[in-house]
Design a binder for this molecule. Structure first.
Ligand code: NAP
Length: 255
């Protein structure tokens, strides 16, 4: 598949935030978007918003934590719309907490949504793409997966796992003709980040994130990371020896 050929897309987490802005950018490019999230009303309003655009949106409400329902949804999308060209696994959640509030159920919910939710979507999609010898998958992780950051023990752990998983799968999938990309956003203004109580550096609007992702999807780069300032800051932080690393992150605990 040539990079510009992605036309029939399944996008998870399409109801709000980055996913919603990305869905709009895709329909503006004339693509057909099978849009998933749990909240059907969000998908209905997205489909209505897309009506005046060149492409179109069809809503497929599903909870990504339910593997069997996810698999049925993939089957239904392909039966309705035809074989998928591109899948963007963007559904995710965040729950900041301090060490004193460390809680098993909160951690489990982050793992079930961000990590296992992505795995539940990947399994049926990869099986189809490998059999066809083509397809394009993008997994939305985060620069928060580069390093453990205060209040993000659960979130950063799930995103680090996604990064590691994609690094492991890429060479194998490439042999099968399947393109795998990792999307690593910095701070984007969405309902998810409005939970943060600190000033977020390099914060960008969701439509800017969507434009960066659209450009990245049409490139041959493995990692689509943005904005530039956050990319440099987080890659530099990760490269520091722990003494300096903790000198910086300990200050974040107090802020
Ligand atoms: N915003 C940022 O600064 C930032 C930075 C780095 C990475 N990211 C990543 O980018 C992705 C999108 O983030 P966002 O900021 O746009 O978040 P958001 O505004 O909270 O939107 C998340 C979307 O995912 C859906 N979703 C959540 N849990 C789901 C589930 N169990 N099943 C199906 N859909 C589910 C939500 O819809 P329902 O609740 O209706 O299901 C919603 O449509 C996430 O993976 C996030 O970790 C965000």
């Amino acid at each position: 598949m040539e990079p510009n050929d992605s036309r029939r897309v399944w996008l998870t987490g399409a109801g709000k935030g980055i996913g919603r802005a990305l869905a709009i950018a895709m329909v503006e490019a004339g693509w057909t978007v099978a849009a998933s999230a749990r909240t059907a009303d969000d998908l209905d309003s997205l489909a209505a918003e897309a009506e005046t655009k060149p492409g179109h949106v069809v809503g497929y409400p599903v909870d990504v934590t339910r593997a069997a329902e996810v698999s049925e949804t993939v089957e239904r999308i392909e039966a309705d719309l035809g074989p998928l060209d591109l899948v963007v696994l963007n559904a995710g959640t965040h729950q900041p907490f301090k060490a004193a509030d460390f809680d098993i159920e909160t951690f489990r919910r982050l793992v079930e949504t961000n990590l296992m939710g992505t795995v539940n979507c990947l399994a049926p999609v990869m099986a189809r793409f490998i059999e066809r010898g083509r397809g394009h998958i993008a997994v939305v992780a985060s620069v928060a997966g580069y390093a453990g950051l205060p209040t993000a023990a659960g979130y950063s752990a799930t995103k680090a796992a996604l990064i590691n998983m994609c690094e492991a799968l890429e060479p194998d999938l490439a042999r099968h003709g399947v393109k795998l990309q990792l999307v690593s956003p910095g701070f984007v203004d969405t309902p998810l980040t409005r939970k943060n109580e600190f000033k977020m550096p390099f914060l960008i609007p969701a439509d800017q994130a969507a434009n960066d992702i659209m450009a990245g999807l049409q490139s041959r780069r493995f990692e689509i990371v943005f904005p530039f300032g956050m990319k440099v800051a987080m890659k530099a932080l990760r490269a520091l020896p722990y003494r300096l690393f903790f000198a910086i992150t300990r200050r974040m605990v107090g802020s």
